[in-house]
Design a protein around this ligand. Structure first.
Ligand code: ADP
Length: 508
């Protein structure tokens, strides 16, 4: 028998609740000990655009939707709170919330990872020559995407915030910290290594907030959370929430969670998530983290005393191009239709679409680039455009993967995939063709939620070891390369040409 948060369970009894607080929705999934979802619920999250390029969320809505879906998922599974052995949290990364320690009230809307409001500061920092220092300490490229300049902006622009933050009366944190604080009734202000590693304030080798960077961004340490391993006891949920206190045992950023959920536990294993954007992460093990231009080096997770690292390529726009074609161009009714259209033609007829809507992320980090379509003829129709959008997702992935292989010297064996657009068989086959390696789609599509569940389950002893997690992973479909390498390389050269022309173009 084991003791779980006040309830008595034999090993493998009970369930794990995973909270997946994403950019566009709050989701909750209940998992059983085989890592299969038992129930799931989700609620959309309102996107707030106060100015062009600015993106915010309402922290109270983040919290209320997250609690609502958690309660519903438990209810739908026919369970009571006491049957939940542990809670795992995974979250949209980099997004920053500030709140009052005493009242718990947010002091501003959350500044979301996509928000470009601090781009000018980032240009400034690069001009001042901070790029290498920041890359060496944090593994990151200077960009508005990461949290540091967002916190600095809030401290500068919210009246009274700096004074309160210095005294520890105001707290700042990523979305995981906001949730932990509230779920524990204000008792715990914490985050995990994987989330901290995305703030641009955290030394990923020493595993601590970096004094020099805190000074540079003028962020008082008093307002920041304590940083802990990803799989450890963070605290217990207050009794009123689920009728029973439940230990929070896992906290991990969404992309790292997906890497873990996909059981990429050994160096060289990698996954790509195809959502709004795409995030390719490769496990590079527990040694001293190496940094490479064009890529991010990030903490994958900390379990017990061991920390593992990952190389990451962040691609800002992939599935969002399909949404754009549906909502702005109106050339498809729904995203599923994109597969049928793409398969209705042999090829794009030489059309390439570079979806640099908000610039280009890895490996280019070109914030000024904007989208372009090349090779249009009178015969170009919606099928060619839609196919070019899907193909662009695969080409962007090859850009990142080639950079990873060249940088790390680790040979790519296979790619595990998940996310909404991974459901598209045309895209998955084309991805395998362009990369020349097999693409493996997992049976459980909720890899992100699953990764956080595993972290929690390991901490509370629900799973005994990581081998069980590796054993749980199940293949749904394998896509093997069919295209001749010569043809794949010819197409890829066309893409590279399109990217380079896109980057040459600048608004007058
Ligand atoms: P996120 O977590 O970033 O909100 P999801 O993983 O839910 O994203 O995936 C949704 C994204 O995937 C949307 O941008 C959508 O356009 C795209 N998408 C969903 N289904 C398909 C499909 N069958 N083919 C291509 N794109 C798809």
């Amino acid at each position: 028998m084991r003791y779980f948060g006040g309830g008595l369970f034999t090993p493998m009894e009970g369930y794990i609740l995973s909270l997946d607080q994403g950019t566009t929705s709050s989701r909750a999934v209940v998992f059983d000990d085989t890592g299969r979802p038992v129930s799931m619920d989700s609620r959309p999250l309102k996107q707030i655009y106060p100015q062009p390029g600015w993106v915010e969320h309402d922290p109270q809505e983040i919290l209320s939707t997250q609690i609502e879906v958690a309660k519903r998922a438990i209810f739908e599974a026919g369970l009571e709170g006491e049957q939940i052995a542990g809670v795992g949290i995974t979250n949209q990364r980099e997004t920053i919330v500030v709140w009052d320690r005493k009242t718990g009230n947010p002091l501003h809307n959350a500044v979301v990872w996509q928000c470009r409001r601090t781009s000018p500061e980032c240009v400034n920092l690069k001009e001042k020559g901070f790029e290498e220092l920041i890359r060496q300490k944090t593994g990151l490229t200077i960009d508005a995407y990461f949290s540091a300049t967002k916190i600095a902006w809030l401290l500068e622009n919210v009246p009274g915030l700096r004074q309160k933050a210095e005294k520890g009366e105001a707290l700042a944190g990523t979305v995981d910290s906001w949730l932990i604080y509230n779920l524990t009734g204000g008792r715990v202000h914490a985050t995990d290594y994987s989330n901290a590693s995305r703030t641009m304030l955290f030394d990923i080798a020493k595993l601590e907030w970096d004094g020099e960077l805190l000074d540079l961004f003028r962020v008082p340490e008093a307002c920041l959370p304590e940083v802990k391993p990803s799989s450890t006891l963070f605290g217990e949920t207050v009794e009123e929430l689920f009728g029973h206190p439940i230990p929070i045992g896992g906290v991990v950023g969404d992309q790292q969670a997906a890497l873990f959920g996909q059981a990429c536990h050994s160096p060289g294993m990698m996954k790509n998530t195809y959502g709004t954007g795409s995030f390719l992460l490769m496990n590079v093990g527990s040694g001293q983290p190496e940094v490479y231009p064009g890529l991010l080096t990030t903490v994958a997770w900390g379990i017990d005393d061991e920390v593992e690292y990952a190389l990451e390529g962040s691609i800002f726009t992939t599935g969002a191009t399909i949404q754009w074609m549906r909502d702005e161009l109106g050339i498809i009714q729904n995203s599923e239709e994109s597969r049928e259209l793409a398969e209705s033609i042999e090829d794009t007829g030489g059309v390439f679409l570079v979806p640099a809507f908000v610039g280009l992320g890895s490996p280019y980090w070109d914030m000024e680039a904007r989208g372009a379509i090349f090779g249009i003829t009178r015969g170009t129709g919606r099928a060619q455009l839609v196919r070019a959008a899907l193909e662009a997702m695969a080409y962007q992935t090859r850009d990142v993967l080639e950079c990873m292989v060249e940088s790390s010297g680790i040979k790519a064996g296979e790619l595990r995939v998940d996310g909404g657009a991974a459901a598209n068989d045309f895209l998955m086959q084309f991805q395998a063709d362009i990369l020349g390696i097999p693409v493996l789609r997992a049976a459980v599509t909720e890899s992100t939620a699953l990764g956080a569940a595993y972290m929690a389950g390991l901490a509370v002893g629900y799973w005994e070891n990581r081998q069980q997690i590796v054993n749980n992973w199940e293949l749904e479909q394998k896509f093997s390369p069919r295209m001749k390498r010569k043809e794949a390389n010819r197409l890829y050269r066309g893409w590279q040409n399109a990217v380079s022309q896109t980057r040459d173009f600048r608004q007058p």
